[in-house]
Design a protein around this ligand. Structure first.
Ligand SMILES: Cc1cc2nc3c(=O)[nH]c(=O)nc-3n(C[C@H](O)[C@H](O)[C@H](O)COP(=O)(O)OP(=O)(O)OC[C@H]3O[C@@H](n4cnc5c(N)ncnc54)[C@H](O)[C@@H]3O)c2cc1C
Ligand code: FES
Length: 290
């Protein structure tokens, strides 16, 4: 997975088309942003600042993954959707925005996912970590294309294993199913799906002799670290999209570094905003991740 030049990112003001609550504390924000919508690829993200250009509170943008693009009747990408969980000041301010309000965005940022493998693919999401997987699944199944990439997908099937603390936090289940992605759920409290961790669903599938060609994970560090361990033991290729805290999003501040294992076995701190957020799970020094 390659670094991207931050120069590819542009800052602009985008108008809110809608900002709809789709699950507990979770919103889908639709922004009129044609240039971004035509360029962004699955796994890339944008920085979103809740106010228009010139506003200073909050000063820093918040990184949010591409959820999907919206197209007009001619198929031209004209808007982007992001889905976010309200956890702190920035996302709470974003939840206050309504149709016609302006927000500041910059991107597309990060490397994004690569080409699909042949065979079956397993997505594993925890918490709000499902957001990169709608566009990725549609792309890898060949039902949608993003950015300049008009190649058709070759994955035979895509399954999303999705874990949340409790049922009302699941967001976008209908979107994934409509996108041809099979969905299996797990909740910590047993309110829906498997009662337990989403990684137990992974183990169960592998025990039944159904190894995928590739596992892709996104979610809290303990979950993706456990996923990386399971994939390594099963000798399955595994990519993860990291959600480290970010201040600039363009490689300038080093607030987002993650410990990566270099080819000589040493550990190197890499900037997730430019060297990621998608990285090989087997290259992360998980014992040093905070
Ligand atoms: C590449 C990337 C893509 C992301 N995509 C999405 C997405 O699609 N949807 C979504 O809801 N979120 C996503 N996130 C996480 C999102 O950026 C944070 O939740 C957001 O920045 C929090 O901002 P805040 O102002 O609401 O919270 P803050 O006020 O900044 O923080 C509130 C609390 O949450 C903690 N916190 C903040 N950010 C994180 C984080 N990244 N991981 C763990 N704890 C954190 C803080 O330490 C603090 O305790 C993504 C992150 C990255 C790096
Ligand atoms: S967020 Fe500033 S270097 Fe990555």
């Amino acid at each position: 997975m390659e670094s991207v030049a931050p120069a590819s990112a542009a800052q602009s003001v985008a108008s809110v088309i809608e900002n709809t609550r789709i699950a507990r504390d979770t919103y889908r924000l639709r922004l009129a942003a044609p240039a971004m919508a035509q360029a962004i690829r699955p796994g890339q993200f944008l920085m979103v600042r809740p106010g228009p250009r010139g506003s200073s509170d909050p000063l820093l943008g918040r990184p949010l993954a591409l959820y999907d693009v919206v197209r007009d009747q001619a198929g031209q990408a004209i808007a982007i959707d992001v889905v976010y969980l309200v956890i702190g000041r920035g996302t709470a301010a974003l939840a206050e925005r309504g149709p016609g309000d302006d927000v500041t965005i910059w991107g597309p940022l990060g490397n994004g996912f690569g080409r699909p493998p042949s065979g079956s693919v397993l997505f594993v999401a925890g918490g709000i970590g499902q957001t990169p997987f709608l566009a990725l699944g549609r792309s890898w199944l060949g039902t949608a294309s993003y950015g300049a990439d008009d190649s058709i997908g070759v994955a035979d099937s895509v399954t999303l294993l999705y874990g949340a603390r409790t049922a009302d936090l699941f967001a976008g289940l209908d979107d994934f199913r409509a996108g041809g992605i099979e969905v299996e759920l797990a909740t910590d409290d047993g309110s829906l799906g498997h009662h337990g961790y989403v990684t137990e669903l992974v183990t169960r599938r592998l025990e039944r002799g159904r190894p995928p060609s590739l596992i892709v994970g996104c979610g809290p560090v303990p979950m993706i670290a456990a996923l990386a361990r399971i994939a390594r033991e099963a000798r399955i290729d595994c990519q993860v999209s990291l959600e480290n805290h970010m201040a600039c999003g363009i490689g300038a501040c080093f607030s987002c570094v993650a410990p990566m294992i270099a080819s000589d076995g040493s550990t190197d701190l890499r900037r997730v905003c430019v060297d990621g957020p998608v990285v090989s799970a087997h290259a992360v020094a998980w014992d040093q991740m905070t």
